[in-house]
Ligand binder design. Sequence first.
Ligand SMILES: [Zn+2]
Length: 132
Amino acid sequence: MWNKIKWYIQKFMIGRNGRDELQVTVAYASLILYIFAPWFDKLLPVPFFRTICWIGIFYSLFRFCSKDVLRRREENRKFLQELEFLKLRHSVRKTHKIYRCKGCGRKIRVPRGKGKIEISCPLCGNKFIRRT
Ligand SMILES: [Zn+2]
């Protein structure tokens, strides 16, 4: 009986995306939010947070079952990259600010407290103005 169920699941999962970091993160975030959603929704006229939870849960299931593995992998890669970016920004937050070049995507580190400055990308030469 259990072997048969296992076999069906295995057959179903062939060629599908399955677990990845983005899928797992969305699933957990949705479930955790779901615990608190009723309290937040009491403050609103519509069940906004519960709706967000359901969207998250369905998105996570969609990723899990998706057959477009290449596109899901690319999305997961971008998600991990974004996570790395946030980690890096957090680790240097007291002394530096990190911006991403809009031209080439390179991370640029600038010291804090210099006011508004023009930053030029060392890789592609793209210039932009930011407050540091
Ligand atoms: Zn650049």
